[in-house]
Design a protein around this ligand. Structure first.
Ligand code: DC
Length: 216
C-alpha cells in the first residue's frame, strides 16, 4: 500500500507551492493534476479542437504521452510548463476540464501513478475521486481577494503583464464553474482537514499540514 496525500481547493489557494514543499519534506512524488488539464487545453487549442468536440478530444488525449520531470510537464517530448500558465489557458481550462471523457482518462492516469509511487497530488477532486482512500486529505482555501493577489504577484514575477481586477474576476468565475460543474466538481471531502490560509504564510501552512502527517 502506497502513501498518498490529497490536496484540494479553489484556484490560487497555494496548493501547488505547498504540495511541492510537503512532497520534498516527506519524499513523495508531487503530481500537479491541474497542469494535466492545462496541458490538454494547450494541445486542444493548438489543434483547433473545441471542448464540445468530445470525439476529437479523446483521440487527442489517447495520443498524448504525458509525464512530469521535476516540476515540468512534458507532453510528447515537449516541455509545456511555460505554456500552461498563461491567462488565456487559465480562462479556457475549466471548460475542457468539465468534459467527462477528459476527466475519465486523466483520472485513470492519476490513479495509476498513485498505485506505483508514494504521492502528493493537488487538484479539485483528489480527495473525493482520485485518491478516495488517501492517507491524508487537505482542503486549502483563502479569500478570493487573497488568492487573486497571490496569482497576480506570481505572474508579474514571471514577467507576464496582467491586471489585478481581471485576475480576481477570472478566479471568481473559475471557482464558480469548477464547483458547479456536473462531473466531479470541486468540493471538500468529508474527511479532509480544512485550512483557511488567508492570513498564513506558506511556511505556516506547510508546518501545520506536516504536523498532521507526523502525528496521525
Ligand atoms: O489548479 P489549476 O488552477 O492549475 O487547475 C486548472 C483547472 O483544471 C481548474 O480550473 C480546474 C481543473 N482541474 C480539475 O478540474 N480537476 C483537477 N484535479 C485539477 C484541476
Amino acid at each position: 500500500m502506497k502513501l498518498s496525500v490529497a490536496v484540494d481547493g479553489p484556484a490560487g489557494a497555494g496548493k501547488s507551492t505547498i504540495a511541492k514543499l510537503l512532497g520534498e519534506k516527506f519524499n513523495l512524488m508531487y503530481i500537479n493534476t491541474g497542469a494535466m488539464y492545462r496541458a490538454v487545453t494547450v494541445m486542444a487549442i493548438r489543434n483547433n479542437i473545441s471542448h464540445e468536440n468530445v470525439g476529437a478530444l479523446c483521440d487527442l488525449i489517447d495520443n498524448l504521452e504525458m509525464h512530469f520531470e521535476n516540476d515540468d510537464i512534458i507532453v510528447n517530448n515537449e516541455n509545456l510548463s511555460e505554456k500552461i500558465n498563461t491567462p488565456e489557458i487559465s480562462s479556457r481550462v475549466s471548460s475542457y476540464a468539465a468534459v467527462s471523457k477528459v476527466r475519465e482518462i486523466l483520472v485513470k492516469i492519476q490513479k495509476n501513478i498513485a498505485k506505483k509511487y508514494n504521492v502528493i497530488m493537488d487538484g479539485r477532486d483528489i480527495g473525493t475521486v482520485v485518491l478516495k482512500d488517501a492517507n491524508y486529505k487537505f482542503y486549502l482555501t483563502a479569500s478570493a481577494e487573497k488568492r487573486a493577489e497571490r496569482r497576480f504577484k506570481e505572474l508579474i514575477n514571471k514577467g507576464i503583464n496582467v491586471e489585478y481586477n481581471k485576475i480576481l474576476s477570472d478566479i471568481i468565475e473559475r471557482d464558480y464553474f469548477d464547483s458547479h460543474r456536473e462531473i466531479d466538481p470541486l468540493s471538500k471531502a468529508e474527511d479532509a482537514i480544512e485550512i483557511e490560509s488567508s492570513n498564513m504564510s506558506i511556511e505556516e501552512v506547510v508546518d501545520l499540514m506536516a504536523s498532521y502527517i507526523k502525528t496521525k
